[in-house]
Design a protein around this ligand. Sequence first.
Ligand code: SF4
Length: 213
Amino acid sequence: MKEKILLNEILLETTMSALRKKNFDVVCADTPQDALRILTETIPQDSSIGVGGSRTLDQISFFDTFNVQHYPNYIDRYEAGISAETKREREISMLSADVFVSSCNGISQTGELVLIDGNGNRCGGMTFGPKKRIVVAGVNKIAADLSAAMSMAQNRASVMNNLRFDTKNPCTITGRCMNCASTNRICNVTTILHRAAPAGSILVVLVKEDLGF
Ligand code: SF4
């Protein structure tokens, strides 16, 4: 629809401008394939690479390209058969990787990124440690301001993830976050990236299509 395309262009332009003023590097990808191309051109082959769980990365076929076969220092926390201890050790090593790649759950048109996480590994990797941090996000993640981005992250992304993992948490009944005390609550850490620090350490790849939730 013409209006949706026009709206997306406006959202992308205003958000990219706001993010750049806050020291984020930003590029726009036309398609998921284009986003993957940008990542392969940005991340050197010998980099150690950590990754946060992300439906968006699944959708751009990130894991078909970024794996130990193609990138020998890729840190694989999803390897079949590894113990919980090994998985935890790999998650910790991601916090000092050369590159950490993730999506986020909300982006404000005023230039902030919001992430919600179960145990903090993704929020940790995106805030401190890895020299380069890269966020891939679809245009659907853009909200008007920080408050709207926070609400989007909590009431849409978190609820969708609960439905995806069939957690039976209260939000899977109500369709919105109930700030529950469930033992299997999957959203325990919320991070706001107000600015990129140091400048240029975070690259945001904004895709002109809906990706993730
Ligand atoms: S805090 Fe609880 S109710 Fe809210 S989204 Fe997370 S699991 Fe669902």
